[in-house]
Structure formats: C-alpha cells, structure tokens
Write a protein that binds this ligand. Sequence first.
Ligand code: PGA
Length: 253
Amino acid sequence: MRVPIVAGNWKMNPSTLDESYALAHEIVSQDTGNSNTISVICPPFPTLKTVKELCQNSYVKIGAQNLHAESSGAFTGETPPEMIAELCDYVILGHSERRQLFAEDDKFIGAKVSKSLELGISPIFCVGETLEQRDSDLAYSVIEAQIKSSLSAIPTNKMQQITVAYEPIWAIGTGKAATPEIAQQMIAHIRDCLKSISNDFTASQIRILYGGSVNAANAASIASQEDIDGALVGGASLKAEEFLNIIKAFSSI
Ligand code: PGA
C-alpha cells in the first residue's frame, strides 16, 4: 500500500517571513492528521527553521525546494545540504522551473538525488514534458530519458525512498491540469521505466505524484486513478483551506 503524499510547493511565495509563518500556522493548526495521507509543505529557505518548530508535534512534514549536490565549498548563494537535512524530511528536485530557468540538467539532478538519499532526505524528483514535445508525440520518450539519465545510478535498495512527480510543463500554473486519464497513462509509463532500472517490487512501492494545476475541485478525480499516489501542488497550496481540501480528497480514496 502506497500512502499518498500531498506536497505544497510554495515556490518564491509568500513575500515576507510573517506571511510565510501565518500560512504555515493556518495549515498546521487545521491538519488533524490522517494515516491515509502524508502532508508536506515546502516553504522558502529562510522560513524552514521557524516552520519546522511550528510543525513539531503536528502531522505536517517539511520539504525544501532545492538541494546542492556538493556537501560544502565555494558555491555562492547555495545552502549546505546537511543544514537542509537538519530541517527537512523531503526535498523537491528537478522541478521544471529549475531545469528551464536555472539550467539544471539530468546529470546534476541525479547527483542531487544521490546527495539527498545519502543525507536521509526523501527526494521528490520531478519530470515533465513541454507542450511541443507532447504535440510531437515525444512525451513518453522525454520522460523516460529524464528518469533513466538521473536515476539509473541509484542503487535499487535506495530507490523506494524516492517519490517521483509527473508535472507536465503545459499544466503548471496554467489552470489547465492534465486530464486524470492522461496523468494516469503517463504515471503508469513512469512506473514501467522505474521497473526497467530497478525491479517489479521496487517500482510497485515507489510513490508517483501528479502536479500541474491541481486544486480542490479536480483533486478527487486525480486521486481516484490507480497509479497516482498524491499531488505536488503549487498555486493552490498557498491557500490553506484549498490545500487542506486537496489533502482530504487524497485521504478519502
Ligand atoms: P501549480 O504548480 O499547481 O501552480 O500548477 C505545480 C508545481 O509547479 O509544482
């Protein structure tokens, strides 16, 4: 049984420490816990420590939005991964915004996944195709290449700690989520790709989330799909009530 994860990717929001704390507080104080779903919030780095303190004795887990592949050194602007490990249970890696805006490639993302596993932080490894790639019938091969290039070197006994998030780029922040059927088909394909680099049992244990314009209205139909084990939520995770309703939708399956 794969316990679903609903993770809120706050991106570079909200703008101030106070607003960030207030949003976390609203979520944490209302999340009464449910053994059926793991809730994760991923706020910006400067608020991780206060949000972690807030989440102690709550059901909400903390995630970071990035992690460097090196342990320390001359990497201006980066955060030491061990510091992140002291604060976070999860980390989002390979998000399309990191790939497109910060030129992160499959190899670098794979190294980040290895580093997170070494430190005991569960990676939420994102993959996704552009609209042009989908329209050219390249979606399946693009996703397969992203998975194989970044994860082939991960030892099979570590693979189960990885969560994969399928986030079609055309669905992120557009209000146009993939249909549950499109998401299910691609996620089943992702499970096959994971099988080919590990084994049937390992692939059957790995959670695969859907992300891209998930909201309280479409969450139940996405949650009902066989292979979909949760959601990575952007915009809708910035509204406490909406985010909690998405968690409820996955808990009711
Ligand atoms: P969205 O973002 O829910 O706002 O589409 C999802 C994401 O980028 O993780």
